[in-house]
Design a protein around this ligand. Structure first.
Ligand code: ACO
Length: 429
């Protein structure tokens, strides 16, 4: 008997089965042979929220949640945050290797020269109400891009995929900044190709009457590092969404709009916005214990805490806490940081958080930095989406090229009524 297998006895029938184990995993379809009668479908696994189900093989991102390790293509996140740039990291995620100098130049040039959006996109954004949430505008305009590039449907063609990848990475900051400018009633600021990816984004966000916007170097670098930290995170909710939608072979704009919509929720990328609301509501350090009591009573969750995969400190949160100091040297200290640090200190001594292994996640400190940099609260999830774009696209492409992948279509356990006859309306009670 092979040692890399699972012996199963079905006590309903007394039959025995040998299920192979590979990479610490059994194939769910191997359970289908386990059935009571030949005309039955066979054993299913039930896993709401995919707590224990691998949906793909991926060579992009490695996480060890127990140890708090995150690597892109094998490179530790700490090294990338220290030494790489966002566009280089995006190349790495999409191509699997760090680029040569010439490849990086061509890549940066390609992204930089796709930043302009069709003038009609502005009309879409103009049509939104003045207080529309920028994430709603972002999701809609990413989807709208598919109408400008109908060839994006040709997802099997490498060249088409490459073009849409350039466009999406290049245009997301433009869409994000335009959404912001619309909400504050400022004229749209066009991309400036002399600037870096993050520098140009700051230009499109904050340029006022100056002829040329000059980003602050420290803030530009801090934003670039924040984008690196958000660039991928394996099979999270939004990434599973782009894989799921993309598995029906829809174009990448539609699939990425769906991913951004998934990110918008407060349990995922919308948490950074909620953290700031929470810290403001707490207001001062002396209110923290009472607030935590309410969390422990289950009245609400502590936003920016807890993670499905990390049962240790999120390595991104550690780096973000460090960047905060560098940003505050330029912007002045955001007083909310003191409340956040104290909240973390007290929470990590509480049994409730210790036993459940709830630690600060990426969203806990990022909003405090964004606010110090003058980004409004409702732009926080949009900033997350800009950073996550290369990861979504790398995962989308990997899914398309994976011969084992099929259209995503989970099973269900039917829990409704048995067959019954239609009742005419006058006979219904
Ligand atoms: N505050 C208080 N209690 C929490 C929190 C929290 N932030 N997170 C989890 N718990 C508790 C749950 O109540 C549950 O307790 P119980 O066992 O007594 O019922 C236990 O910890 C396990 O929680 P689950 O909801 O089962 O964990 P899951 O893995 O499904 O959820 C999630 C992960 C959604 C991130 C959760 O921790 C949460 O809601 N956090 C707050 C929102 C947040 O910060 N989201 C951003 C995550 S990072 C990202 O997506 C980029």
């Amino acid at each position: 008997m092979s040692k890399s297998s699972l012996s199963v006895t079905d006590n309903r029938t007394g039959k025995q089965y040998e299920i192979p184990i590979q990479n610490g995993t059994i194939r769910a379809v191997d359970l289908r042979q386990i059935k009571v009668a030949d005309d039955q479908a066979g054993l299913l696994t039930y896993d709401p929220g995919f707590l224990n189900t691998a949906s793909c093989r991926s060579a992009i991102t490695f996480i060890d949640g127990e140890k708090g390790i995150l690597r892109y293509r094998g490179y530790p996140i700490e090294q990338l945050a220290e030494r790489s740039t966002f566009l280089e990291t995006a190349y790495l995620l999409l191509h699997g290797e760090l680029p040569s100098a010439a490849d990086l130049d061509a890549w940066v040039h390609g992204v930089t020269h796709h930043t302009i959006v069709h003038e009609s996109i502005k009309k879409f954004i103009d049509g939104f109400h003045h207080d529309a949430h920028p994430m709603g505008m972002f999701v809609s305009t990413v989807a709208a891009l598919s109408t400008f590039y109908p060839e994006a449907k040709h997802i099997a063609e490498e060249r088409s995929r490459r073009n849409q990848i350039f466009r999406l990475i290049a245009k997301t900051p433009t869409l994000a900044a335009f959404a912001y400018r619309h909400s504050v009633g400022m004229p749209y600021a066009y991309p400036d190709n002399d600037l870096s990816y993050a520098g140009n984004f700051l230009n499109m966000m904050f340029k006022a009457t100056e002829v040329k916007y000059v980003p602050n170097k420290a803030l530009e670098r801090a934003l670039d590092v924040l984008f690196i930290l958000h660039a991928d995170h394996e099979q999270n909710c939004s990434t599973s969404t782009i894989r799921g939608v993309g598995s029906s072979h829809s174009d990448p704009y539609s699939a990425m709009a769906a991913a951004a919509a998934a990110l918008y929720g407060p349990l995922h990328g919308g948490a950074n916005e909620e953290v700031l609301r929470m810290l403001r509501e707490i207001g001062s350090k002396d209110k923290i214990p009472a607030y935590l009591e309410r969390v422990k009573r289950g009245e609400f969750r502590l936003f920016g805490f807890g993670h499905r995969i990390y049962k240790n400190y999120d390595p991104r949160a550690k780096i973000i806490k460090r960047i905060a100091e560098e940003v505050f040297d330029v912007t002045g200290k955001n007083p909310l940081i003191d409340i956040a640090v104290e909240l973390e200190r007290i929470a990590l001594q509480e049994d409730y958080f210790v036993t459940r292994k709830l630690y600060p996640n990426v969203d806990f400190y990022s909003g405090i930095i964004y606010e110090a940099m003058k980004f409004p609260l409702d732009m926080f999830p949009v900033l997350f989406a800009i950073g996550r774009t290369p990861g979504w696209l790398a995962q989308w492409q990997e899914m398309l090229l994976d011969k084992e992948q099929k259209i995503a279509r989970p099973q269900q356990i039917y829990a409704g009524p048995d067959q019954r006859d239609y009742v005419p309306i006058e006979a219904r009670r």
